[in-house]
Design a protein around this ligand. Structure first.
Ligand SMILES: CC(C)(COP(=O)(O)OP(=O)(O)OC[C@H]1O[C@@H](n2cnc3c(N)ncnc32)[C@H](O)[C@@H]1OP(=O)(O)O)[C@@H](O)C(=O)NCCC(=O)NCCS
Length: 168
């Protein structure tokens, strides 16, 4: 994500349908989007983070996907957020699949988790398509959330011809 993405980042993170299940307040302005992008440090420490998702043909920045280290849990989380204009095309699943591959094959992580607020059926469906598994719900920043996870070993099972055997 670069400062050139600030307008698109604002459109994404101020859309009520996008923000509903994120637990975050909507961004109030393009300036706030610029500050968020400029202040994003995860690629320095711990050295991995979220990527901008860009449509290959159009070059449009349509959202983000990637990893985030959660110091409160000592775990690495996968997250994704796309503008509603691009929902329902399998794009979040495609980006998340590439993210898992990077986390396990490049970063050598043992486990990747996902935290989901109750009611976020689209996100749960993405996690199911990734073959992640739901465990016990946990409390995270005062919210009860579903905790989903996948381990490197189970992700390596290639039973459907591709990484993690994910059906899109
Ligand atoms: C979650 C999100 C990234 C999914 O993006 P997407 O590109 O539409 O996802 P995909 O197309 O890869 O898969 C979505 C799946 O959910 C299903 N789905 C969508 N809305 C649904 C609903 N209300 N109930 C049940 N399933 C639903 C779709 O049919 C699809 O499943 P299918 O392939 O079996 O038909 C998108 O909805 C989003 O940005 N939401 C707002 C941000 C957010 O909540 N992020 C996750 C926080 S945990």
């Amino acid at each position: 994500m670069t400062l050139e993405d600030a307008d698109a980042f604002f459109r994404l993170n101020s859309h009520p349908d996008v923000m509903r299940y994120t637990g975050e307040p909507p961004l109030p302005s393009v300036e706030a989007a610029r500050e968020a992008i400029a202040g994003y440090r995860d690629w320095d420490d711990p050295g991995y983070g979220r990527w901008a998702c860009v449509l290959r043909d159009e070059g449009a920045m349509i959202g983000f996907c990637g990893l985030k280290f959660l110091p409160e849990l000592g775990e690495t989380d996968i997250g994704y957020r796309l503008h509603p204009d691009y929902w329902g095309r399998g794009l979040a699943t495609e980006a998340a699949r590439a993210t898992l591959h990077y986390g396990f094959e490049t970063l050598d992580l043992e486990e990747i988790v996902a935290l989901v607020l109750p009611g976020n059926a689209a996100s749960v469906r993405v996690l199911q398509k990734l073959r992640m598994e739901r465990g016990e719900d946990i409390t995270y920043f005062d919210e009860r959330v579903q905790r989903w996870s996948i381990t490197r070993g189970s992700a390596k099972v290639e039973d459907a011809g591709g990484f993690n055997g994910i059906d899109n």
